[in-house]
Write a protein that binds this ligand. Sequence first.
Ligand code: WTA
Length: 665
Amino acid sequence: MSDQSTPSQTEQTLANLLKEDRRFEPPAALAAEANVKADAYDEAAADSDAFWATQAERLSWDKKWDQVLDWSNAPFAKWFVGGTLNASYNCVDRHVEAGNGDKVAIHWVGEPVDDTRDITYAQLKDEVSQAANALTDLGVGTGDRVAIYMPMIPEAIVAMLACARLGAPHTVVFGGFSADALASRIDDCGAKVVVTADGGYRRGAPSALKPAVDEARTKTDKVEKVLVVRRTGQDLGENGWDDAVDVWWHDAVGSASTEHACEAFDSEHPLYVMYTSGTTGKPKGILHTTGGYLTGAAYTHNAVFDLKPETDVYWCTADIGWVTGHSYIVYGPLANGVTQVLYEGTPDSPERGRWWQIIADYKVTLFYTAPTAIRSFMKQGPDVPDRFDMSSLRILGSVGEPINPEAYVWYRHVIGGDRTPVVDTWWQTETGAVMISPLPGVTAGKPGSAMTAIPGISADVVDDEGNSVPNGSGGYLVVTKPWPSMLRTIWGDDDRYVDTYWSRFRKQGFYFAGDGAKKDTDGDIWVLGRVDDVMNVSGHRLSTTEIESALVSHPKVAESAVVGATDPDTGQAVVAYVILREEAGDGGPEIVKELSDHVRREIGPIAKPREIMIVPELPKTRSGKIMRRLLRDVAEKREIGDTQTLADASIMDLISAGQSTSTED
Ligand code: WTA
């Protein structure tokens, strides 16, 4: 996609696009007591090695490092060189040794009402030790890979920590993925043991997992043993159990000793591989190692959520099958010794207020979720959340995609009662931890902006040549210096690692994140989404996100997705798919014109969609990301491409059956 406009035109467009002038100052009391204050930015910039060494001191090391960073073989980094530690010890044992064994680590909430379990740090230590002993008996040794394919039950966390304890890298595969996806991941990293469950509860009913593992085993010969948690008690079917391979968790783990002395591993010892999609079909196995990753996860969790482990109750709604679950359910929060909520099911089971009920019941103070969830609650209106007392909340977080200003303001107002800062956290599977985010006690937040790189992180927005763009302009988001929780490589494919992330700006040595972004006139960063989500209409660079936000700011709109479709006149044209709010009914006869005028008003005539389609749902992956590629196929009247990774493939039939409506007046 080439931008044919002159730089000054583009800059003008980007400058005009930004009309958001709302600001939310940190609450005074929070600012006064904040873990991280404004001086941290300068302190970190002045001596980043010293800054990161201080952050690494949060952890317990068996042996201190000799060197903070070895970047001599860039882009292959080594952090805390020569240091040794055990991640599981840091997340569990040390809290027990510090006298906090009776503190609740996990308030687990099953989807069936009243199916709950509280697990203290002492109990967690026992279970992790038992699981480590059981895995050892199943043949898992240091360096062996273990796949984890589990529902959101405590055993999932126990399994991850048991692997970490043994120095056996885990690869957690999201429970919503198919047997094929599971098999290809198992195969790619050569996992010899799979930990799974018979099933988990989703939308009020048991949902099976074990059959997918059985099927995956027909597609790869790597698996030697399968360790199975009995969660739902569902029938495994006639051939659903293989005595030579399958082992019940309650037998193997239940009978194992609660004593397990853990070994310290090198700081660069592999901790886990997390698969994520790239531009080609083959998923990339993102490798994270021990010391740097754990430092990054613990530091950011403390800084971005202003964590007070003695008093906070934290809840992240992500699934452990994604990186957010790794860094902000397992490693960050547990390294920091907080009490957290873990919820098994869907937000609306058995009724729409389930999440808010959990916040009220456990007096959650820190809440972390995704814009897609926030927008779906917006769609339902404020009545449901308004029934619950959520006055315990003090900070709200958002992650996964740009948060539309209206969704941000709704989140802050309806869920946070206008008291809570919203931290819009930008990061990636590859970065391991939050990179760009407001600090809740420092930053005056702007709805829709991730603001600036946190202390210790150096990010910038650059043009095609890698030059920093001036404030008010857009370009590519890059990270300009290595950071402790950075990916170390793509599992088994160093070349792809270098190509994907380090070749675009090789000369400058920048990490290319694959996202477009702009700096506003204050220099604050607005992430515009993946670079391929940036459109070029008549030589003007437009972000799908910006137009989506404009649409969502219309009172009748709940959610929208915008794509750029090839257009003979303008190069690309804007095509919008819109879900209306329930209370708006069918929107009325003028709805398309109304929305089109609204976008024109909010952003300008250039952003006016060529077509607007009112649709019942949007095609989303199981992690909630909108699949714009499919919408582009509809907009360009092409045959619809691969729908395999959609959470619900039938949605595409509904959308392509609908009538598109031109907005030409
Ligand atoms: C997007 C999830 C805007 C971005 C942690 C990134 C965001 C990709 C934000 C990584 C945010 C994540 N604002 N965009 N706050 N957070 N993204 O690997 O495009 O699943 O490159 O990691 O999500 O997705 P991933």
